[in-house]
Structure formats: structure tokens, C-alpha cells
Design a protein around this ligand. Sequence first.
Ligand code: ATP
Length: 525
Amino acid sequence: MTAQTNTHKQTIINSEDAFKNIVSHAKEYGFVFPSSEIYDGLGAVYDYGQLGVELKKNIREYWWKAMTQLHENIVGIDAAIFMHPTTWKASGHVDAFSDPLIDNKDSKKRYRADVLIEDYIAKIETKIEKEVEKAVKRFGENFDEKMFRTTNPRVLEYVKKVEEINIRYKTALEKNHLAEVKQIIEDCEIVCPVSGSRNWTEVRQFNLMFSTQMGSVADDAGTIYLRPETAQGIFVNFLNVQKTGRMKIPFGIAQTGKAFRNEIVARQFIFRMREFEQMEMQFFIKPGTEMEWYNYWKEARMKWHNSMGFSQNKYRFHNHIKLAHYANAACDIEFEFPFGFKELEGIHSRTDFDLKNHEQYSGKKLQYFDVEENKSYVPYVIETSIGLDRMFLAVLSHAYKNESLSDGTIRDVLQIPPFLSPVKVAVLPLVKKDGLPEKAREILDSLRFEHYCQYDEKDSIGKRYRRQDAIGTPFCVTVDHDTLTDNCVTIRYRDTMQQDRIPIATLSTVVEKKVSLKNALKNLH
Ligand code: ATP
């Protein structure tokens, strides 16, 4: 058995460049393309390429199985994108699904007013953390962080400022007092990141739903909406599933699918798209048990994220300052993207808001008869809602590394968790002759029923390794002349670049151990 290791370190670059590199890497290797690119693209709409579609499918499958297969009381559905227009009246989207927007008169750039304020608050919070870091260095082991946070005058000043803005901002949003929102932006002296000026327009509300016409004759045509969330497809099917599946509360319904929002500011690649995919689960519970289940799902979802194997510091909970019209508790799981901590998933206690409203608008009872309680009630709901595209970006941005190797070369590598990698194994004959391609194809054929594999015989072996590193393939298997006699191959590991010689007969087990979704799910359970 030969073993070869290579020392390597990551090249340090600033986060803006890091993000640009990720976007261009995603395009160069067939993960994500701008939509209709030959016509110069369409704003905030993207297509997934040949490898992107595999990674996306694997993430979806991991979420789906973790939700449905691991929970006896959660089942899935696939509702249509088009829904009866009254759905969106009942859900509150027609009247209230809007964002406050503001324009900078000099740069002509449009922003979400709430995001400008939240980013400003985040900057102050970063300053607090910097003060704490400095103090840790200064005081060393004797440092009492709690004491420092509650007594240091500068920290206290920052905390007070954050609290003041939060209170003003929350009240302004609750009362839909848009002039006050603008006043906060002015009082905080928030400038446009592009022009640097404070020359702002008034704040206006903008509804995010896309509408279209259904029906062939213009007169008959009714306005319908492209769903802005998948959740409503679950609510309107609540009784269908409960009755036909004989589901007992507590139980959940999961769904993945497209959602559409006419986002005002759609930047940051696939983080904020106008057409995107959600993975949502609505958990129906007895009223009064919502905090217990809310906490359960917060923990369960964080566990799912942590199972990716990224550092736990990459995630944090963020409680909502302003609760949506339907929620009595809500938080986000935020992930540290290259452009900072941002929402990846929302966990919301939605009360009975949705089912009650659908009862009212449809005139149909949406209640559950609780045998133990001997009464009917409208269940409460805990929702977990994650954007598949944002999860994809989280995986990609964490996985992408530009490493300087000890031999002076640089490699791009995607350290995707192996069970999510698009290609699991690349089988590479050392040369294109002497029966090596045939032997390599034989190995490929033994693996392809289990895993998505690639065969590559072009270019030097070093170049082929680099190509596989760049798309995140965890294993390269090289077939050389000795393979024909000793039935062994060289297996190369993506992250360490270590190479081992192993019998072909053990290959499947070695690969399976690392890449199987089954093992990832077992660790979750
Ligand atoms: P944000 O505050 O970033 O606009 P949101 O609070 O409106 O997000 P939710 O309505 O809670 O988002 O949607 C649930 C999840 O769907 C989000 O956590 C996110 O992962 C995803 N999502 C929402 N909007 C988009 C979008 N425009 N593009 C991609 N993913 C999105």
C-alpha cells in the first residue's frame, strides 16, 4: 500500500473576491448558469447545470428523507403552483405580502428599507463583538466576558443604540408608519453603498406576488398568482391528508417546490431569486403545545444543518424583531455566507391563523377531532421553511477552497460533504491503451448502480485529479498496469489528496461508507 500526502493551505482572499470566485466557479464547472444567458440573462433567475442539478437533488433528497422517512408522523405532498386566487386573500398575501422599498436619488439604486436598517444594526453588533475580542486578548485567562458585556461603557453604548433602533423600527413596521422608517434611515445616517449619499426617496410598500391570467378568452380570464410560498398548498390539503392518511395530531406535511417572488433587490446570485425552490414542513399540533414543538423543531433543524460537518460557528439563531401577521414566535437559522450572516431557514409558530382563515374564506370546516379530548379544534402549526437554493449556496460557499499546495501549485477544490457530492467516484485509466480503459469501465460498471460515477481518460492523471477536485468528487480511482495482475487500484481522497492502494473487491465498501445517504441519516436519528 502506498501513501502520499501533500501539505496545503488555503489562500486568504477578501470575502467579496471569495464570493466572486464562487459564482464564476459555479458557472465554469456547470453548477449554475444565468437564465437565458444568450439573451444576456434575466434578473435574479438562474438555471442549474449538469452538476448543479445533481447537488440540488441530493440536498433535496436529504431534507426529504430526514423529514418523511425518519418521522412516522410526517408525510409529503406535491401541490400545484397555481392555486385558487382566494387562497392568497385568505393567507393575507394579497393585502400584506409586501416589502418597504426606498430609492437613492443619486445612484438610482433601489433598496429594501428594512434590510438597510438591519444591516446597520448588524454593523453595530459586529463592533460589540470586536470590543469583546480585543478584551479577551488584553485580559487573557482572567477575562470575565459576562461582566465585560454588562459594564464596559463602549459596549453598553452600542447595546443601547441597537435597542433604541430596534424598538423604533419594530413600532414603525407594526403601524406601517413608512415616514418613520425613512426617519430612522436618516437619523442613523445610513448612506447608499453605491453613491455614498443620503439622498433618499420616500419609503413605499411593494407587493411581491407575480400575477398572470388563467383562461383562453380575455373576458373569462381571472387573475391568478404564482405561489409566493409552498405552505398554502399544504394548508388547503390539510383535511385531505389527515383523513386519507388517518393522521393523528401531532403530524406534519412536507413539500418541496417552486415559489415566486418579485423581489425588489435581487442581488447576491442564488441567495435572492425571483423563482426559487422551497422545502417546507407544516407540523399540526394541539393548541397550547406550540412552544414545546417550536423548540423541538428549532433543535431538530439545527441538528440537520450541523450534520453537514461545517463549523457550528457558521450558524446562529436570529429571533424576529417584527413577527409576521400570522406568527406568535419566529426565528431564522442564519448561515455565514461570504457576505455575512443571512437567513437560511425560518422556523415559525403560525398559530391557527392559516387554517382559520381558510375556513372563513372557503366556508369549509378545517378541524381535527381529538379523540382523547373528545372535541374538535383548529390545529396550531409550527412551520420549518428552508430555501433549497440558499442551502445550495451555503454548501457551495463553504465547500469552495482555493488551496496553495506545497509544490507551489494552486488547486480549486469543492469540499462538499461526500453524501451530497454530485459525482461520487471518478474512474481513471492511467493510459488509454493496454487494456486499462476496459478494466476501468468494468469497475465503473460495478459501481454505477449505486453511485453517480464518471469515467475520464483525457489528459494527464494530475489534470484529471484537479478536474475532479474542482467539482467535489470525493474519490478518484486510478487503474494502472499492475491492476491487471494484482486486482488493486489507487484510490485518491479529495480533501487530503492521500493515495492508498486497495483491492478492487473492497472499493464499493470504502466508497459506500463515506458517501451513503443512509449513514448520514443514521447520524441524524
Ligand atoms: P428574506 O427575509 O431573506 O426575504 P423571508 O423571511 O421572506 O426571507 P420566508 O418567507 O421565511 O423568507 O421563506 C422561507 C425560506 O425561503 C427562506 O429562509 C429562504 O431560505 C427562502 N427564500 C425566501 N425568499 C427567497 C428568494 N427570493 N430566493 C431564494 N430563497 C428564498
